[in-house]
Design a protein around this ligand. Structure first.
Ligand SMILES: Cc1cc2nc3c(=O)[nH]c(=O)nc-3n(C[C@H](O)[C@H](O)[C@H](O)COP(=O)(O)O)c2cc1C
Length: 280
């Protein structure tokens, strides 16, 4: 049996203080440079040359304001606030690397799926198929209030929404554009064959999306899927199954449809490799 390859993944966040609280106070540290593009391009180069498989960016869309009933402590100590959008630093990192993968975190609870589908397809194009999505349903009451909700959506309901969210995304990423829809026939003046680009006409409990998907097929279509959960309830990501015990990040390059029933549990690491380390 050949030895298992060692996978190194850098756990990061586009902010001054991720989980190593107070690191920004250490003399000579670089954390305050998270607002500078060169921080990210340097980091990507170092990670790739050091043999890392991927950089994974966590994210939250609200402030931690439970302690003491306000965000004062989080703000004072730089605890995941201020924090910037994880997606926007990916193209810069991709431009200075060849093999490194990028996992970004995005929540299924607040922003509808259509625009997110296009942003992920764009990233998949720009990275030449090196992007992954960490599917989260989120947990911050303040995040809910930032998106017009009175309070956080109840746990299992968040996952019901996530199921439909993924259903819409699969339809857009996998079902809207046929493989040979793009002709790029300059002589005939036909960029895409309209007969091979389909509306999805999704009408569900939470979302209505007509389509077609706005992006032409990207290298992966569906990005590598990463699932951060501590419970058995997980959205419908074929190949990404919940762990029964510890919090685990799991990955899948989902291509099989439809969503149910879920496939048997698969190993995480080979799935990451097959998507992010494919030969070019
Ligand atoms: C390892 C791990 C990492 C997570 N990272 C994020 C994150 O970056 N952003 C976020 O909004 N939620 C994150 N979550 C929260 C989950 O999306 C989820 O809302 C929370 O864990 C509660 O659901 P669960 O019972 O499925 O674990 C993370 C959860 C785990 C276990």
């Amino acid at each position: 049996m050949s030895p298992k390859p060692l996978i190194l993944n850098l756990f990061e966040m586009n902010c001054v203080g991720h989980i190593t609280h107070g690191l920004w106070r250490l003399p000579g540290n670089n954390r305050h440079r998270y607002t500078d593009l060169t921080y990210w391009t340097e980091l990507a180069r170092i990670a790739e040359s050091g043999g890392f498989t991927a950089i994974f960016l966590a994210d939250v869309v609200g402030a931690y304001d439970t302690y003491g009933g306000s965000a004062e402590t989080a703000l004072q100590e730089g605890l995941q606030i201020p924090n910037n959008d994880p997606m926007l630093v990916v193209p810069a990192m991709a431009a200075v690397t060849e093999r490194l993968g990028f996992g970004i975190t995005f929540s299924t609870s607040y922003e509808p799926p259509f625009a997110f589908a296009r942003r992920m397809s764009t990233l998949d194009h720009l990275t030449r198929g090196r992007v992954g999505w960490n599917i989260v349903t989120s947990y911050l009451p303040n995040a809910a209030r930032n998106f017009g909700l009175a309070e956080e959506i109840e746990h299992d309901h968040r996952y019901e929404i996530a199921d439909e969210y993924l259903e819409v995304l699969y339809k857009l990423w996998e079902g809207s554009w046929e493989e040979d829809a793009v002709l790029r026939d300059a002589e005939a003046g036909i960029y895409a064959d309209p007969a091979k680009v389909h509306r999805i006409d999704h009408v569900g409990e939470n979302f209505s999306v007509a389509g077609p998907h706005l992006s032409e097929p990207s290298p992966q279509r569906t990005p590598t899927l990463i699932l951060a959960t501590a419970s058995r309830r997980a959205p419908c990501a074929p190949g990404a199954m919940p762990s029964s015990s510890s919090p685990t990040a799991r990955c899948s390059s989902a291509r099989s449809r439809p969503c149910a029933p879920r496939p048997r549990r698969r190993a995480v690491i080979p799935r990451i490799r097959s998507s992010w380390s494919r030969p070019r």
